[in-house]
Design a binder for this molecule. Structure first.
Ligand SMILES: Cc1ncc(COP(=O)(O)O)c(C=O)c1O
Length: 355
């Protein structure tokens, strides 16, 4: 979380704008929360240049909830294509089996999820209800540098992207997207809020068994207030949207500034790792994530010492996911360049100390 956002939330915690209430104490249907909600939605639309024929839904259930909610709403029980690029897309594919007939159009399992099969090699079905990709694989550190253009592959199917772990780190090419979903907890705010951006024409296709609170049309028709939305999450995400809109760098503002900063942060770390004989990143350079950088010490016997020293240096949460091992630096939007510089300085010093 950006410190400025946390400070603002702390300042407003007991009394939001002189209303005599904290945000958690407001009715979600009251005037005050209505203001917070409308501003958050409008700012998100501006920030990511979401076109007017897409609806922005503030939901609950997280990324894994959407693994069920998307097929319930879009699959009509038919065939759906999945591109497996790491753990999260694999989970999405598995969950979809309960609701539709998922196929695997492409997979990078053979490379232990360190490459991305080029779209030209995907084997799409005849008429899939949609094509699902995870545009940033948080655990394996694999990111689509560019979203696939299904039309160029001769397919009219809507593209569904799970952008949970890189939302708002770069612009979204909405021409290529039918639906995007993501939990807010990486780049936008506290856990508990899920953002869904869905094209109008995909709203009204839900299976009868779809719970009403998760039916996109019901949620959209009720301005995300069919049931009580995650009000605190929406409020803090709204503060983050304001913070993002106010960012500037190299003559750029908003998301373009963030993208510029995120590229600089990621290159600093990858370049350092690539030049080193002590550390290693196994992901192919053309699909390396700018948000999640998994890396290994070539001598894994030094892992514990590395992590202990990192903790002492104030560098936290560097242990890799248990399914991959090694280390992982998650350098989300709120991590400043100085944070990555501190990590690289520590890595250099640790290597020197082990000589
Ligand atoms: C890309 C991606 N998708 C889905 C999820 C699952 O999200 P949640 O825990 O909000 O259900 C995560 C969580 O880390 C993720 O990184």
């Amino acid at each position: 979380m950006p410190e400025a956002v946390l400070e603002r939330a702390a300042d407003e915690m007991l009394d939001w704008h002189g209303s005599g209430m904290g945000v958690m104490e407001m009715s979600h249907r009251g005037k005050e929360f209505g203001e917070i909600y409308r501003k958050a939605e409008a700012d998100f639309r501006t920030l990511l240049a979401v076109p007017s024929h897409f609806r922005i839904l503030f939901m609950q259930g997280g990324g894994l909830g959407e693994n069920a909610i998307v097929p319930l709403n879009l699959s009509q029980g038919g065939e759906v294509d999945f591109v497996i690029s790491g753990s999260w897309s694999a989970k999405s594919h598995k969950e979809a089996q309960r609701y539709c007939q998922p196929r695997i159009a492409a997979s990078n399992a053979d490379s232990q999820h360190t490459t991305l099969p080029p779209p030209s090699q995907w084997r799409l079905g005849n008429r899939p209800a949609y094509v699902h990709v995870c545009s940033n694989e948080t655990i394996h550190g694999v990111e689509f540098q560019e979203l696939p253009d299904l039309k160029a592959l001769g397919s009219d199917a809507p593209l569904v992207i799970d952008f949970s772990s890189h939302v708002a780190s770069r612009p979204v090419d909405w021409h290529r997207v039918g639906l995007a979903f993501g939990g807010a907890q990486k780049n936008l705010g506290p856990a508990g809020l899920t953002i869904v951006v869905v094209r109008d024409d995909l709203l009204d296709r839900a299976l009868d068994i779809c719970p009403s609170a998760f039916n996109y049309k019901t949620v959209a028709d009720n301005g995300s207030m069919y049931n009580t939305p995650p009000t605190w999450g929406i409020y803090v995400a709204g503060l983050t949207f304001e913070w993002l809109l106010g960012q500037s760098e190299a003559g750029l503002t908003g998301i373009a500034a963030m993208e510029h900063r995120n590229r600089a942060k990621a290159s600093l770390l990858y370049d350092f790792i690539d030049r080193s004989d002590f550390y290693e990143n196994k992901v192919a350079p053309d699909c390396r994530s700018r948000m999640n950088v998994p890396f290994f010490l070539r001598d894994e016997g030094r892992n514990e010492a590395f992590l202990a020293g990192a903790r002492e240096a104030g560098l936290l949460q560097l242990k890799g996911h248990k399914s991959v091992g090694g280390m992982r630096a998650s350098i989300y939007n709120a991590m400043p360049l100085e944070g990555v510089q501190a990590l690289v300085a520590y890595m250099r010093e640790f290597e020197r100390s082990q000589a």
